[in-house]
Design a protein around this ligand. Sequence first.
Ligand code: DHB
Ligand code: MG
Length: 217
Amino acid sequence: STPAAWSNADAYLAELLVGHDPHLESALSAQRDAGLPEIEVAPVGGKMLNLLARISGARRVLEIGTLGGYSTIWLARAVGPEGRVVTVEAEADNAAVARASIDAAGVGERVDIRIGRGADVLPTLVGGFDLVFIDADKESNTVYLDWAAKLGHPGTVIVLDNIGREGEIVRADSTDSKVVGTRDALRMLGEDPRFDATALQTVGAKGWDGFALAVVV
Ligand code: DHB
Ligand code: MG
């Protein structure tokens, strides 16, 4: 198995199960044109977030790390017209790209973009979130998990992106701050009694990575 085969199979799954979506594809074009990194979730991952939000009946969603708004649109579609997504983005330029794409997708009224670093913005939020998607600077993952527990409630779904890191997560001696942040977060999910969690590795359009899935106990 090779990365090319992973991408081919991912494209096949996306074609069958996600399909083409002009608003989402425009969001990706706008993100690329603005020079933002292409590190949004894959289409199959965006659809998974959408399904998790619907399965859990989430009406209030918190996203940490908006980037160009691709996953935000998937989540906003899931919460319904009365639902709300609060999404936190450290870079004002990213937030502007996301705002335009989210509005163009017709879900702008459901989405509140808060510009600032998570550590500054999260303490200002009112809790009660039903689902939290953490996909920002990996160094702050444990801070974000702590806030997810505080701003959630028993039953809140937490998805933490990028737990695979091409297998680097096994390196206890890693000096890569993203690996260290991810390892710390995984340990917290295993040890902190506020969470019950698992994690799945993924291969596909975004290489070898994965996500953790947790519930607030
Ligand atoms: C990176 C961040 C992401 O959220 C992602 O999905 C892939 C890579 C990164 O910072 O390298
Ligand atoms: Mg990510």
